[in-house]
Design a protein around this ligand. Structure first.
Ligand code: FAD
Length: 545
């Protein structure tokens, strides 16, 4: 194995390693740890100034996870699990960032991370059977294996509105919030976007603002988080048998240990359905409400519509102004076909006298001017604009490394011109020794990502170890296997309601992006079995040399 030479990076000479990892979030950190333990020399290249990924960048008010933190944690080391205690059911961004810093310290990971270093391009050298990565800071890297742990939600979507540069006030992006914080007290503020970041930040911004105007294009379903201590029932399940709890999560559909429901909606009376729904609404648990109401909720339009009606009824009871309540009600997608949001007082915030909702379906934004925002009907003078406009999800950060050139000089952007094609969401035909963590074609954003990340990292590092031990130097998916996976993805999506929604899962939020359902909808447990079966059948669908 090639030895890592840390001094190479500083001297500008090419840095030689076995494995280069891009990103130092949840995925990059665990990769570094596993690769080192397996005896590979490695370096992680990270654009940010420290570890944390998502939790380094997203420092907006109210930023927190929406999968319970006892589930949204590493599980690879039982001692790590007991060394850290979460303070809340849904931890805040600062606490999750502290946790990832704690993990980096515990396993001494920072010494192999080059911070403030963006990978700008990558090229496969056929003769040497190595990747060469270009960076914007310091030495390029030559590696046998190139792993992108660049995140599904790490490339913020730029604003699509004319005139942002003309605006004389302050502009902030939730995905790039200033580290020193922002004083919003007494300001006239506009928030553009009502996805998860908007829904989490709006109630807190409203408390500080003199006036808050929320510009909404598409309403989302939001459910109360009921944050507080981790619930007793979940904690006792975890503490009763930690290993079994974690294993159940790995085999589950969404990466959180809940059973598959078997009763379908039409077997339940109205009263029984309402009782199920009220229980779920009271729990404040995203995965519970997404999976535990009735068996057909995610696969049958009518079974799903019952839930949409019940949530819309909740909005009517919370929001006092009927016109605002109506505008906040989603009608364009089934519940769960787009990631619902967890909120703390989101709908109630619209009852505040200093908060107004502008429905962009009725009055689109025409321009941003020096003083504020102009719609088809009105203009709004503001001091601050907050863009909570989301991400170029799943492929944005991968495609931002440009070009990624594989075998025969093929560029990944050309191969993906009609949408991402992958084998298992892990690899791409024509790009040997190249891997993606939670790439398009894997369960990724439809799961508890901590579980999906660990599964990908373990699978990849185990394969690299086996290849090394067997004397192979390259691994590459076949075109046939990739086409088969594409077909399987399409078949699975026909069974769910995701195909009925235009969302960031399909790229619909980014102008010009090819529409294709990017995450695998077949579930975390079934997906894991497929990855294991690929190995059990002699690396089915891969060519090894
Ligand atoms: P990231 O954390 O995104 O890290 C990727 C890193 O790669 C970044 O630091 C980035 O700077 C770096 N990078 C990218 N491109 C380059 C390049 N070219 N060169 C160098 N560095 C590069 N998931 C859940 O399962 N549960 C939740 O509750 C949850 N809450 C979320 C809340 C928010 C506000 C957001 C934005 C996401 C949330 N997610 C959640 C998804 C979250 O992204 C994942 O859970 C997880 O943090 C992803 O880890 P990662 O290491 O794969 O990617």
């Amino acid at each position: 194995m090639v030895a890592a030479r840390a001094s190479d990076a500083a001297s500008g000479a090419i840095q030689q390693v076995d494995v280069a990892v891009v990103g130092a979030g949840f995925a990059g950190l665990y990769l570094l740890h596993r690769l080192r333990k397996a005896g590979f020399s490695t370096v992680a290249l990270e654009e940010a100034g420290d570890v944390g990924g998502t939790w380094y960048w997203n420092r907006y008010p109210g930023a927190r996870c929406d999968i319970q933190t006892i589930d949204y944690s590493y599980t690879f080391d039982p001692e790590l699990e007991t060394a850290w205690t979460w303070s809340e059911k849904y931890a805040t961004q600062p606490e999750i960032l502290r946790y990832l810093g704690f993990v980096a310290d515990r396993y001494d990971l920072r010494r192999d991370i080059r911070f403030k270093t963006k990978v700008t391009e990558a090229k496969w050298d056929e003769a040497a059977e190595r990747w060469r990565l270009g960076t914007d800071n310091g030495a390029p890297v030559s590696c046998r294996y190139y792993i992108m742990a660049t995140g599904c939600l790490s490339a913020p979507k730029p604003p699509e509105i004319d005139g942002v540069k003309d605006f004389q006030g302050a502009v902030y992006f939730t995905g790039r919030w200033p580290h020193e914080g922002v004083n919003l007290a007494g300001k006239r503020i506009a928030v553009i976007g009502t996805g998860s970041s908007g829904i989490q930040s709006i109630p807190l911004i409203a408390e500080q603002a003199a006036h808050l105007t929320v510009f909404q294009r598409t309403p989302n379903f939001a459910l109360p988080a009921h944050n507080g201590p981790a619930p007793d029932d979940r904690m006792s399940l975890l503490q009763g048998d930690r290993a079994a709890y974690r294993e159940q999560a790995r085999q589950s559909m969404a990466g959180v240990p809940y059973p598959q429901q078997t009763a379908v909606s039409w077997q339940l009376s109205d009263a029984e359905r309402r009782a199920c729904f009220e229980e779920a609404w009271g729990k404040g648990d995203l995965v519970y409400i997404l999976t535990q109401l009735w068996a057909d909720q995610a696969v049958d339009f009518d079974g799903n519509a019952l839930i949409c009606d019940l949530i819309r009824e909740k909005i009517t009871t919370i929001v006092k102004d009927p016109e605002t309540a109506a505008a906040l009600m989603p009608h364009d997608h089934p519940f769960g076909a787009k990631r619902p949001c967890l909120d703390t007082n989101y709908y109630a915030t619209y009852n505040r006298p200093n908060v107004k909702l502008v429905n962009l379906r009725q009055e689109p934004i025409k321009a941003i001017t020096a003083g504020g925002i102009v719609t088809d009907k009105r203009s709004f003078d503001v001091d601050v604009i907050v863009f909570a406009t989301g991400f170029d999800a799943m492929t944005g950060a991968i495609r931002a490394v440009h070009p990624i050139t594989g075998r025969g000089g093929k560029s990944l952007s050309d191969v993906w011109a009609q949408g991402p094609q992958t084998y298992l969401g892990l690899t791409v035909a024509g790009f040997p020794n190249f891997f993606m963590i939670t790439g398009p074609g894997s369960p990724s954003v439809l799961s508890n990502m901590a579980v999906s990340i660990e599964q990908h990292v373990d699978w990849i590092v185990d394969r690299l170890t086996a290849l090394r031990d067997a004397g192979f130097s390259t691994i590459e998916a076949t075109e046939t296997a990739q086409a088969g996976w594409g077909q399987h993805m399409a078949d699975c999506s026909m069974l769910t309601l995701h195909r009925l929604a235009n969302t960031w899962y399909t790229g619909a939020n980014v102008p010009g992006k090819v529409h294709a359902l990017m995450p695998y909808t077949g579930g975390v447990g079934p997906y894991r079995s497929i990855c294991d079966e690929v190995v059990g059948r002699g690396m089915l669908g891969f060519r090894l040399t």
